[in-house]
Design a protein around this ligand. Structure first.
Ligand code: HEC
Ligand code: HEC
Ligand code: HEC
Ligand code: HEC
Ligand code: HEC
Ligand code: HEC
Ligand code: HEC
Ligand code: HEC
Ligand code: HEC
Ligand code: HEC
Ligand code: HEC
Length: 403
């Protein structure tokens, strides 16, 4: 937008009325183009040729000397260096904290044709991304060869970067580590403000960029690692211990317990955890009881997102679970009551080693940690935890256990 009206009028007086006419042309020109100033519209190609008003004026008057040294501008020599030449009429483009390389160098015409153009804003390319990647060739290569590109990047770089100058690093329209993201991802802004179990990852220096690449990656959701598991474990390892975290070292735990639970096997910690925090224990996507004992309620177990609740709900069954004595469902017996044992009493849903079925070696009850001493048989099994003497279950020939 032409801001330095005073300057223009003063200059205009000097060149005898030319500039007043320029201002008049400017008005109509602006009106024609405001509708295409393209928020999220990739196509910068203009319907009609864009002629820079002072150039039109110069042509009409056969006098190019406002910008050039000669009237006919034969040599193309400029009367004044850029950007000052342009700043006679335009607001300065290098006033903020971070200035784009070519703007700082006064190379306005690297991007704009000073006379006329087929494209919006007198640009030298029909789309913003073609313009940017004409110099940032690495980003052009990136756009062609990256599987998951952030939609606003695919659209146009100027959704986030100002082409001239901005107060944020990389000429971003807001701080790129989080504020910028939340300008568009309003639902995330509300989520982060309201969740009760927040993720410490967002307190790390690079915030959203600890996990996402703002432009894109080969991984869905633009994650900076191949899987969410690799991502999580890049922090949840001994680095976290150094920070004084009380959480277990999940990387070490999984290395020492190589029988990994299904979703972890396929690399997806986010199947159960919400990396942006949640209202549930340990940022789980669905609830899970907090303690060893809990009143059973199907809705309080994230497990039933993938497993059939019948394995806990049906008192008698021949199919819902293998944890049964004849038809008596031992899952029902242990879990489905007012003071039921929660799954963590017997299973470790991250990884296990010694026993099958993700049964844990030891279970913790308050301050004590006791072994469950599980023994598997072809048709059942037995265990001898601190809760009771060894008891057996057998699917084919039900066992009698002493009370
Ligand atoms: C708004 C200022 C402005 C006006 C008015 C203007 N020019 Fe230019 N012209 C420039 C700038 C700036 C360059 C340098 C472009 C570059 O360095 O890439 C230029 C470059 C040129 C060149 C060098 C070759 C080229 O195209 O890059 C010629 C020739 C030229 N202008 C002719 C004219 C003629 C003829 C007129 C009048 C009809 C005119 N210009 C009016 C700004 C202007
Ligand atoms: C790296 C490329 C690039 C350079 C260099 C550049 N511009 Fe721009 N300019 C753009 C783009 C892209 C737009 C369109 C911005 C948009 O739609 O958000 C634009 C828009 C403009 C506009 C119209 C909208 C506005 O912001 O007022 C003016 C005037 C302008 N530039 C002047 C200049 C001047 C003067 C210089 C040199 C100091 C310059 N530009 C250097 C890319 C550039
Ligand atoms: C004599 C005054 C004058 C000079 C000098 C001048 N411009 Fe302009 N420019 C205008 C007017 C008037 C407009 C139309 C009003 C508007 O769009 O803001 C305009 C529009 C533009 C636009 C936007 C075109 C669009 O489609 O919206 C760009 C980009 C631009 N000028 C770049 C430059 C660059 C780069 C220079 C220096 C090489 C320059 N101008 C020098 C007066 C001037
Ligand atoms: C005419 C060539 C040219 C064009 C076109 C161009 N740039 Fe640049 N860009 C540069 C140069 C030169 C630098 C400075 C490089 C440096 O400092 O290492 C730069 C720096 C940057 C930086 C900062 C990089 C850093 O590491 O500090 C960003 C971000 C950027 N450009 C984005 C864009 C965007 C977005 C566009 C399109 C609107 C664009 N560029 C178009 C030449 C260009
Ligand atoms: C969704 C917002 C967004 C869009 C759209 C976007 N960028 Fe960026 N860009 C960023 C953020 C955030 C950073 C800072 C990254 C960092 O701190 O590591 C950045 C950094 C950069 C840098 C400097 C660091 C680097 O990666 O080399 C360049 C150059 C750059 N962007 C160019 C572009 C180009 C070219 C486009 C269009 C193809 C584009 N950007 C589109 C958000 C965006
Ligand atoms: C200019 C608006 C804009 C900005 C700024 C922005 N995004 Fe996006 N983002 C979108 C749109 C539009 C989509 C596609 C629709 C959707 O999934 O909501 C998207 C999608 C995403 C996706 C999902 C991609 C997929 O594979 O489905 C992630 C992750 C994402 N953005 C992260 C970020 C991060 C991190 C930042 C800050 C660096 C950010 N966004 C900044 C507009 C934006
Ligand atoms: C600890 C790593 C991590 C951090 C930090 C992080 N994300 Fe994500 N984000 C992910 C993962 C993993 C997914 C895929 C989730 C899934 O598959 O359910 C994702 C998905 C997304 C999505 C697309 C799906 C959805 O949940 O809407 C958006 C948008 C998104 N993130 C934006 C952001 C923004 C904005 C920030 C910063 C406020 C941020 N992320 C911080 C790991 C992270
Ligand atoms: C950038 C580092 C980083 C990444 C990546 C990361 N985390 Fe975290 N995570 C943290 C920090 C820091 C804490 C807080 C530690 C503390 O409170 O001791 C935390 C805490 C947690 C907690 C405990 C939350 C609570 O409510 O107590 C869980 C669960 C968790 N992360 C899971 C994940 C999962 C799943 C992923 C992958 C999607 C992941 N983390 C990726 C740094 C990270
Ligand atoms: C099947 C669902 C599920 C998957 C998949 C899953 N978790 Fe968990 N995670 C849980 C549950 C449930 C808890 C709460 C356990 C408890 O309190 O006993 C938990 C707790 C945690 C904790 C806190 C541990 C502590 O010290 O108390 C961390 C850290 C964690 N998970 C990280 C991860 C990481 C990293 C992955 C991927 C490698 C992952 N989780 C995959 C369900 C899951
Ligand atoms: C996202 C889906 C998903 C969720 C949620 C889930 N699981 Fe699983 N689970 C699986 C898959 C797939 C398998 C089969 C692969 C394997 O044995 O790990 C499995 C297997 C198991 C097994 C071993 C089966 C056997 O006979 O070896 C147990 C025990 C188990 N899950 C317990 C749980 C518990 C407890 C929860 C809740 C904390 C839970 N699961 C949540 C997907 C899930
Ligand atoms: C008292 C210990 C105990 C508790 C508590 C327990 N399980 Fe199990 N679970 C077992 C045993 C033992 C097996 C192995 C059955 C067999 O194959 O012999 C098993 C097997 C499983 C299997 C494999 C398929 C099947 O049913 O045979 C899944 C899935 C499972 N449990 C999920 C859960 C879920 C979900 C919870 C919590 C809601 C839970 N378990 C609570 C002991 C327990």
């Amino acid at each position: 937008m032409v801001k330095h009206m005073k300057k223009i009028i003063l200059t205009a007086a000097a060149v005898g009325g030319l500039m007043l006419a320029v201002i008049a042309t400017a008005g109509t020109d602006k009106a024609n183009q405001s509708s295409t100033s393209a928020d999220f519209e990739p196509n910068m190609k203009s319907a009609a040729k864009v002629v820079h008003p002072p150039y039109q004026m110069a042509k009409d008057d056969k006098d190019c000397s406002f910008c050039h040294t000669e009237k006919d501008a034969k040599s193309g020599a400029l009367k004044m260096d850029m950007p000052d030449l342009c700043y006679q009429c335009h607001e300065a483009k290098d006033t903020k904290k971070f200035i784009h390389g070519p703007v700082g160098a006064g190379a306005c015409t690297a991007c704009h044709n000073p006379h006329e153009s087929e494209n919006m804003k007198l640009l030298r390319f029909p789309s913003i991304n073609q313009l940017c990647t004409s110099c940032h060739a690495d980003k052009g290569h990136f756009l062609k060869n990256t599987k998951h590109i952030h939609p606003p990047v695919q659209d146009q770089c100027t959704n986030c970067h100002d082409p001239h100058t901005e107060d944020y690093k990389f000429q971003l329209k807001a701080d790129g580590k989080m504020d910028l993201c939340l300008m568009c991802h309003v639902e995330k802004k509300e989520h982060l403000a309201s969740v009760t179990h927040k993720h410490g990852a967002l307190e790390r220096p690079r915030k959203c960029l600890e996990c996402h690449n703002p432009h894109g990656t080969d991984t869905p959701r633009m994650l900076i690692k191949d899987t969410s598991k690799d991502l999580c474990l890049s922090c949840h390892n001994d680095k976290m211990e150094q920070d004084g975290s009380k959480l277990i070292n999940m990387d070490k735990h999984l290395k020492e317990h190589p029988d990994h639970h299904g979703p972890i096997l396929w690399g997806d910690c986010a199947a159960c955890h919400n990396p942006h925090g949640s209202d549930n224990l340990r940022m789980l996507k669905k609830p899970f009881p907090e303690s060893f004992y809990a009143k059973f309620d199907e809705k309080s177990y994230i497990c039933f997102e993938c497993h059939e609740p019948a394995k806990i709900q049906d008192a008698a069954t021949t199919t819902a679970t293998n944890f049964r004595n004849g038809t008596k469902n031992m899952h029902f017996v242990h879990v489905n009551k007012d003071k039921g044992r929660t799954c963590r009493a017997c299973h470790d849903f991250h990884g296990t080693k010694e026993y099958p079925h993700h049964l844990r070696l030891k279970t913790s009850f308050g301050a004590i940690n006791f072994p469950i001493r599980y023994i598997e048989t072809p048709t059942g099994g037995s265990c001898a935890p601190a809760c009771h003497a060894r008891r057996h279950y057998d699917r084919e020939t039900p066992k009698e256990n002493l009370k």
